[in-house]
Design a protein around this ligand. Structure first.
Ligand SMILES: CC(C)(COP(=O)(O)OP(=O)(O)OC[C@H]1O[C@@H](n2cnc3c(N)ncnc32)[C@H](O)[C@@H]1OP(=O)(O)O)[C@@H](O)C(=O)NCCC(=O)NCCS
Length: 166
């Protein structure tokens, strides 16, 4: 399945909900991953995480209205709880549907759920030149706590380590 192609007349009329990621979402999730420059996980890794990792928290933002986006995957987040930490592995919003809080709402959703599992902080890595994601995280209350040199490949780039204390 391909990414959502329909462009709503007014983005602010788009309504969406945060739902559990399903196996049937994975083709859309992988398409989003590939088109947004994220580190590649691929179908099988998401599937493994979904079914074989009881501490994973995987969510999609699914369109409600208008009809052109109904049930479509507009964004996703893949995260997992390790001891008292929530690790964000990947988060992305379909480029057509950015700046309507989908990324923020996905992040808030997994942070809220991770508290139930005992998480006390959220950790993530972000490319040093990914300013838009960094603005989002800082707006949510994340702070930079470290830098991993040449952490990313293709292209090689440092990672900033960011943390949000609950
Ligand atoms: C980062 C990303 C997930 C943000 O998704 P989104 O749904 O557009 O985010 P939101 O609408 O919740 O944005 C919240 C705030 O973050 C900031 N922000 C988000 N994108 C921004 C941009 N391109 N430029 C400047 N600020 C931006 C803004 O302050 C925004 O609030 P505002 O729209 O009221 O000004 C999306 O740009 C994306 O998928 N990027 C590619 C994948 C990626 O980089 N993932 C992160 C890996 S660590």
């Amino acid at each position: 399945m391909s990414l959502v192609k329909a462009i709503p007349e007014d983005l602010h009329l788009v309504k969406y909900e945060i739902t559990q990621m399903m196996e049937s979402d994975l083709n859309d999730v992988v398409s989003l991953e590939e088109s947004t420059g994220l580190s590649r996980w691929g179908y099988e890794s998401y599937r493994q995480e979904l079914f074989n990792n009881p501490s994973s928290i995987m969510r999609t933002a699914r369109g409600i209205t208008p009809i052109s986006v109904y049930r479509k995957v507009l964004g996703f987040v893949a995260s997992r709880v390790i001891f008292d930490e929530l690790h964000i592995n990947n988060v992305a919003t379909d480029p057509t549907f950015r700046r309507i809080r989908i990324g923020t709402t996905l992040m808030e959703s997994v942070i809220k759920e991770s508290r139930i599992y005992g998480a006390r902080r959220c950790l993530l890595e972000v490319r040093a030149n990914n300013v838009s994601a960094q603005i989002l995280y800082k707006k949510m209350g994340f702070e930079m706590i470290g830098r991993r040199r040449d952490y990313y490949t293709m292209p090689t780039e440092d990672a900033l380590v960011m943390q949000f204390l609950y």
